[in-house]
Design a binder for this molecule. Sequence first.
Ligand code: SP5
Ligand code: ZN
Length: 341
Amino acid sequence: MKTIFSEKHALQSVEREFYRGGWVEAFEIPRRAELVRAAVTRAGLGPVMAPEPFDLGPVLAVHDAAFVRFLEGAWESWTAEMGPIPAYPNLWPPRRSRSIPTVRPGAELGRYAVDMSSPILAGTWEAARAAVDCGLTGVALIEAGEPAAFALCRPPGHHAGRDYFGGYCFLNNAAIAAQQFRSLGAARVAVLDIDYHHGNGTQDIFYDRGDVLTVSVHGDPVQEYPYYIGFADETGEGDGEGTNLNLPLPWGADFAAYRRALTEGLARIRAFAPDRLVVSLGVDTFAGDPISHFRLESGDYPQIGAMIAALGLPTLFAMEGGYAIEAIGENVVHLLEGFEA
Ligand code: SP5
Ligand code: ZN
């Protein structure tokens, strides 16, 4: 299958992230994407191509317009007041406060950020747009007849909601791609999120939609980021009632437990009978992942790919998390090879 990759991902680059009161070596680093790209090439998975540029239409079909305007201009307004330093939020609106615009960039940052993991830098907007373009180019390839495509998105996207960013994510690449499939004529689309963390942004975006099924297998939010969302009793609302499925697993879950949950998720997708599938592909389920607590081995990933392939759906893979640098390339390629086998 074809891989879509943009060098612009490197514009989002931090060396440290804030953790337990101090700065630790960052986990979401440009090297991740470079290693996946190298592994794709080494394995002969198929050609690696640059994305086509898309206008903001598909982004605005998913994200709030004021949020998008904020992200686009955040660096400029921040640096005008603060100088050229990374934009980190350090305050958040209290509950029941009103959404009155302010002129201060720090206050606007807190309005839209959900955590401190995702600083806005000079190139953040360009990097996030390029990641979206990777997904949209994958959609176009599939609509042109490719059975599958791999959007090697970075920064990742699944924690970004309609009007918020965080968890290393700014724009929701997978959700934008799923909506694009809808806009181009698919009646029903499923999003399967196999990143270790709950795909809260994707759930949020499609929560009241009956035309997009969202399924996520992830670390139980009782124990794990994003903590406040991702529980099994969140099933959708309104037209979307019954079209969100959360399959949380406890810390320490091994592949046997994982496979059971995934099997349940895939059965729900089959019953929904979608026309297209988007997979939020994180490999932070790996036992060696430095910030996660599942126990999957590299040898398990081909089976996950094969299980997804058994759905027989045109499938877009969109890269999300995975922080075990030494194994990220191998794990991603194993999964995609399992899909194609
Ligand atoms: C896309 C994605 O996988 N985002 C993950 C966001 C996780 N944010 C919480 C990170 C907590 C970092 N903990 C450091 C543990 C060091 N031992
Ligand atoms: Zn993750």
